[in-house]
Design a protein around this ligand. Structure first.
Ligand code: ATP
Ligand code: MN
Length: 468
């Protein structure tokens, strides 16, 4: 007889499963729990394809106590048996086992996930095993689905996937925040006549860094093939130990020729709504699980975002609202301050009670490349602010005027030599264009309801942690 082909557990909970009832099936996975009595054991098996476990019913007489004793939480096995409609509550089908093969045991005394209900902090210390929990299984399946949805959205809308470099010689937003990349021997650095490190001896012949953003190179894509997006890791060495910052995060950065700030806002709103809708349509079981276990307002929040227009207003209007609010903020409000998370969340959660897009920020708190407004004070930046999170996206219409851009870069004492290639986009055939950057993990915080960004990426990188 042919050996039975393995079926993924997800399929046993789909419509198609009806055809398999009363036939032999083969499943493989990891044991979540085992319970039972002298006559029969009930094994909840999960293979990662879905949050749902299939119940394996094993007669003690048939398999013997010795074999069943080895089947503990975390053990891996193959089970063959008849798929039957389940009598038990909460599951539609189960497997009446005829054959069980144990692949690997998991010692009850040393397997760290033996018991349920671990804290997120504990799980971070065993990041290599936490994907085996229900919570991280759900989060990581959602993560995959969102990555796919991002590619699908852009592809369906005529954007091209553009690969900006990860190693860069231009320090996009100030070298303080960047990780340096070097092959020089740190114990014995080559020095020049002035006693400074001689980077001409370094791998690239100059000092290089891990990129903080793919935007500047992305603009080269927009100003040549029209609409592009990047989606890759970026790196920030800022020592911010917050629940919203990672040292290595995945960055989604579309950049579009001939888009002004309004086109940019229309795109960002459509994009986010598409992603939230995609999650609700395609990650139902996982989102329902997270909603039930952690935050019962999660699904309402997601539905709210897709059914309401984002409120659009200027930074100046927002400052006015915050000043008049009589709310006590840790950082006092006045025109010119860089808005803190507490201010952003006040606007979103208390005042407007919906997602907000703020525009026209003071030029001093925004990057050099943002389009300057005629008032001489503000630039055409936009931040998208979300409940629970604050800033989820930052973007702008870009300055397309060569002279204005150059003047601003000189004011900021930027090393113009490093940016010649960037300035060339404005020197030759410059066009109005816009773009934005979405922190992929900030999106995932919103979609999953997780409260710490370290819990929505398999291997988080943060100060003093690069263990796994
Ligand atoms: P914040 O003010 O929250 O530190 P930022 O203004 O430095 O963010 P931008 O440079 O505008 O961020 O980057 C674009 C987007 O990248 C942000 O809106 C955010 O979603 C995300 N992002 C920025 N820094 C981080 C980080 N350290 N970890 C995770 N995501 C980040
Ligand atoms: Mn920002």
């Amino acid at each position: 007889m042919d050996t039975l082909k393995r079926v993924e557990i997800k399929e046993l909970f789909s419509e198609k499963a009806k055809e398999r009832v009363n036939t032999q099936v083969c499943v493989k996975g990891w044991v979540r729990t085992k319970r039972g009595n002298k006559a029969v054991a009930f094994i909840a098996l999960n293979d990662g394809s879905t949050i749902n476990n299939i119940q394996i019913v094993a007669d003690v007489d048939k398999f013997g106590e010795d074999l069943l004793k080895r089947i503990t939480t975390g053990a891996s096995l193959k089970a063959v048996g008849t798929l039957v409609e389940s009598m038990g509550k909460g599951q539609s089908v189960e497997i009446q086992a005829t054959e069980i093969e144990i692949y690997g045991e998991a010692d009850v005394n040393t397997y760290p996930l033996q018991k349920k209900g671990h804290t997120m902090e504990f799980l971070r210390d065993i990041a290599h095993l936490r994907p085996r929990t229900n919570t991280f299984g759900a989060v990581l399946r959602i993560r995959h689905n969102m990555a796919y949805a991002i590619h699908k959205y852009f592809n369906d809308n005529g954007f091209f996937y553009w690969h900006s470099p990860i190693i860069t010689a231009s320090d996009c937003e100030g070298a303080g925040e960047m990780f340096q990349v070097t092959t020089l021997n740190l114990e014995d650095l080559p020095k020049n006549e002035e006693g400074k490190v001689d980077y001409s001896k370094d791998f690239f012949g100059e000092s290089t860094f891990m990129t903080v953003s793919g935007q500047l190179e992305g603009e080269l894509g927009a100003t040549s093939i029209g609409k592009i997006y990047t989606f890759g890791p970026t790196f920030r060495a800022e020592n911010s130990n917050t629940p919203r910052h990672l040292a290595e995060f995945w960055h989604v950065e579309p950049e579009m020729a001939f888009y002004d700030i309004n086109d940019n806002m229309d795109l960002v709103e459509d994009f986010i709504k598409y992603l939230v809708r995609y999650a609700l349509d395609n990650c139902k079981d996982d989102i329902e699980f997270l909603c039930k276990m952690y935050d019962n307002t999660l699904i309402d929040r997601l539905n709210f975002v897709i059914s309401h227009e984002f409120k659009r207003l200027t930074y100046t209007e927002a400052i006015d609202i915050l000043e008049k609010s009589n709310h006590k903020f840790e950082v006092p409000v006045s025109w010119g301050i860089d808005l803190q998370s507490e201010h952003e969340r006040y606007l979103v959660e208390q005042h407007f009670k919906c997602p907000v897009i703020l525009t026209d920020y003071p030029k001093e708190i925004k990057s050099f490349y943002m389009k300057q407004n005629d008032d001489g004070k503000t630039v055409r930046g936009m931040d998208v602010l979300f409940p629970q999170i604050g800033e989820i996206i930052g973007g702008s219409e870009r300055e397309s005027d060569y002279d204005k851009l150059l003047t601003r870069m000189k004011e900021l004492n930027m090393n113009l030599e490093h940016y010649q290639w960037y300035l060339d986009t404005r020197r030759f055939g410059t066009v109005p264009h816009s773009g934005f950057g979405l922190g992929f993990e900030r999106l995932l915080l919103f979609i999953t309801g997780m409260t710490n960004i370290r819990d929505v990426i398999p291997f988080p990188r943060y100060p003093k942690n690069a263990k796994f």
